[in-house]
Design a protein around this ligand. Structure first.
Ligand SMILES: NC(=O)c1ccc[n+]([C@@H]2O[C@H](COP(=O)([O-])OP(=O)(O)OC[C@H]3O[C@@H](n4cnc5c(N)ncnc54)[C@H](OP(=O)(O)O)[C@@H]3O)[C@@H](O)[C@H]2O)c1
Length: 242
């Protein structure tokens, strides 16, 4: 079976993943929060290009109540891959972040993804080669000033994956984290061009990553032959930080 649910399919990285998987024969749930038009555009484009596959859009906010999230997820057709490419950050000193912002970052990046995995585990365990992939970050390992809460959420994903992977490894369900460095997406619109150029100059590969650099590893982890790699965090940073 090749059916995946991509959370955050409307983001810079999520769109690249969706494009790669659609081309590889996957049927997809294209999740979005606010960007309905991007999700619909993807669905329309893929449905025309790959008429034998199914493409559905799925709206939900990870800030909704868990009851609402479960009610929506209870209605989906079975999938054997979950890709968590949603995420938020806030670039600020901790003392300048209100508690609501801290809660939101942890909810969207870490807590709700874990609860969704718990809720959908039974579905994933029914299939021979099921996959969970989280988008982590190099900051989950190295951490960053002004993004300490974000770093904590990403480090949490790596620790969770390592432990949970052991719980489900015998069922051919693998759980891994792809942890990029700096990727050229709207998430980095908070930085001006000079700052981005400075970051670029620090990356040995000489450029920011593109979404496709991450999508390649999603494709690879989804391969049936990748059953034996689990609990890992793979850093995709052009030699930058890790
Ligand atoms: N860009 C980087 O440099 C970089 C580096 C390392 C790791 N990452 C990680 O990679 C992932 C994707 O990043 P990106 O650069 O593609 O980000 P992005 O372009 O800003 O996209 C963010 C995605 O998250 C969704 N989202 C936002 N708030 C949400 C909420 N409350 N509930 C559910 N979904 C929500 C957005 O949906 P809508 O647009 O529909 O609202 C969008 O699809 C994130 O986990 C990020 O932390 C990014």
């Amino acid at each position: 079976m090749k059916r995946a649910l991509i959370f955050g399919s409307t983001g810079g990285i999520g769109q690249a993943i969706a494009k790669q998987l659609a081309a590889d024969g996957w049927s997809l749930y294209l999740h979005y929060d606010h960007n309905e038009s991007a999700a619909q555009k993807l669905q329309k484009k893929f449905s025309q290009k790959f008429p034998k596959q199914d493409f559905f859009t799925l709206k939900l906010s990870f800030l909704d109540s868990m009851k609402d999230i479960k009610d929506i997820l209870a209605t989906i057709f079975p999938v054997n891959a979950l890709i968590f490419a949603q995420g938020i950050t806030d670039y600020n000193f901790l003392k300048d972040q209100d508690f609501a912002t801290i809660d939101k970052i942890m909810q969207v990046n870490l807590v709700v993804p874990i609860k969704i995995v718990s809720f959908l585990e039974n579905m994933l365990l029914k299939y021979d080669h099921s996959r969970i992939i989280f988008l982590g970050s190099v900051y989950g390992k190295q951490a960053s000033a002004l993004e300490s809460v974000y770093s904590a959420s990403k480090g949490g994903l790596s620790a969770f994956s390592k432990g949970y992977a052991r719980e489900v490894a015998s069922s051919h369900l693998t759980v891994n984290v792809l942890a990029p460095g700096a990727v050229d997406t709207p998430m980095n619109n908070i930085f001006d061009q000079d700052t981005l150029d400075e970051v670029k100059s620090e990356i040995p590969a000489g450029r920011l990553a593109q979404g496709s650099d991450v999508a390649y590893w999603v494709k690879t982890l989804l391969s049936e032959k990748a059953d034996y790699l689990t609990g890992q965090t793979i850093y995709i940073d052009g030699g930058w930080l890790v």
